[in-house]
Design a protein around this ligand. Structure first.
Ligand code: MN
Length: 358
């Protein structure tokens, strides 16, 4: 499929603008807020370091010692295709509310997610970052980040799970576009503009970046293949599908064209807020985690929307082999419930089981 990323919008595009970053001074901040550059990382992360003799994987199922060593704004490689570097984006993009839900996330990983959003996005495109603390053991994990510019913190007073937490964040959002992020991500250069552009041009698009890999053992940032699509198997388990040779050949003329996909990975995506509401948000019966990517994808199919992966947008994510959470009622109950409600809301009637690798 030909896309319109070429020149048709050139009249309303401009080079990426940094002008408002220059004029952004500490004087402009509301009382009690600090710029991310002035946030005391050592104090915040230092309070929860892994102690000698403790297993660095015990709490998060990734190597927290390696995560804690990194600077909150560490440099990561620009993994985009060369063509992306000279691209220009529309100058009239809508602002977005970034919704990040978490439960007992490692402070260093959560902080890096927040800082990477602020550092790697044009300031005027991020209206706010809404952190939804899904009843973490320590309320200060989230509350302390509320000092950072643009960060709002909502805390559930009991465990609600991913879907209800995201809906709570979306309901509180004041920007016209919603950006959902996982709590252990690092946004890459100009990640946001290409996503917002696709949604600005068609509000029924639900768009996702290419998800790069942050190694769970050493936290190295590794570029992911641009030749993958989201899919699912007959147990409704999300999986990545490699494009066929034919599909890859067809893309050679425009390797940075949006990739139509039947399914998104679920953790990271951008969509219009009104469209999210029109879709009926999420199924509020789904608990904790699992199946939400299929749920939202099925709803988009049923409501004349489309799902796309945008190659010029890159966001790193810590992929883990195990869940770090406890599941109220046990994971079997939670997975089965999530899977069942998803299958009932979907246009197909598979036997549900589980689940995606995020
Ligand atoms: Mn994740």
């Amino acid at each position: 499929m030909q896309d319109e990323w070429g020149s048709s919008y050139s009249s309303s595009r401009s080079r990426p603008q940094h002008s408002d970053e220059k004029t952004h001074t500490i004087d402009a901040l509301p009382p009690g807020k600090v710029r991310w550059q002035d946030f005391n990382q050592n104090l915040y992360v230092g309070a929860t370091l892994v102690r000698p003799g403790q297993d660095p994987y015990a709490r998060n199922k990734f190597n927290q010692v390696e995560s804690d060593k990194l600077q909150m704004d560490r440099a990561v490689p620009d993994t985009r295709h060369d063509h992306c570097r000279s691209k220009q984006w529309r100058s009239d993009l809508p602002a977005s509310s970034v919704v990040i839900t978490f439960h007992n996330e490692a402070r260093s990983a959560l902080l890096r997610t927040v800082v990477s959003v602020l550092k790697k996005s044009p300031s005027h495109l991020v209206k706010e970052i809404i952190l939804v603390d899904d009843y973490s053991d320590n309320p200060e994990d989230g509350a302390l980040l509320g000092k950072i510019e643009k960060v709002r913190v909502l805390r559930n007073d009991r465990r609600e799970g991913l879907m209800r937490s995201r809906v709570r964040g979306a309901d509180a959002a004041t920007a016209p576009v919603l950006t959902f992020l996982d709590s252990h991500c690092e946004c890459n250069d100009h990640w946001l503009e290409p996503l917002l552009e696709r949604v600005a041009e068609d509000k029924t698009r639900v768009v996702s970046p290419i998800i790069d890999v942050i190694n769970m053992d050493n936290f190295q940032y590794v570029g992911a293949s641009a030749d993958l699509k989201g899919g699912f198997d007959w147990n409704l388990v999300f999986k990545w599908d490699y494009m066929t040779l034919e599909q890859r050949r067809a893309r050679q003329g425009n390797p940075i064209a949006p990739i139509k996909t039947p399914m998104i990975a679920g953790g990271l995506f951008v969509m219009d807020k009104e469209y999210f509401e029109r879709l009926g948000k999420y199924d509020m019966m789904m608990d904790v985690w699992g199946g939400e990517n299929l749920e939202i994808s099925f709803r988009v199919w049923q409501c004349d929307g489309s799902l796309e992966i945008i190659p010029c947008s890159r966001v790193g994510h810590v992929f883990r082999k195990q869940h770090p959470y406890t599941f109220p009622g046990g994971s079997g109950t939670v997975f089965a419930r999530s899977g069942r409600s998803r299958a009932q809301s979907s246009p197909v009637g598979y036997t549900p089981s589980m689940v995606s690798p995020v």
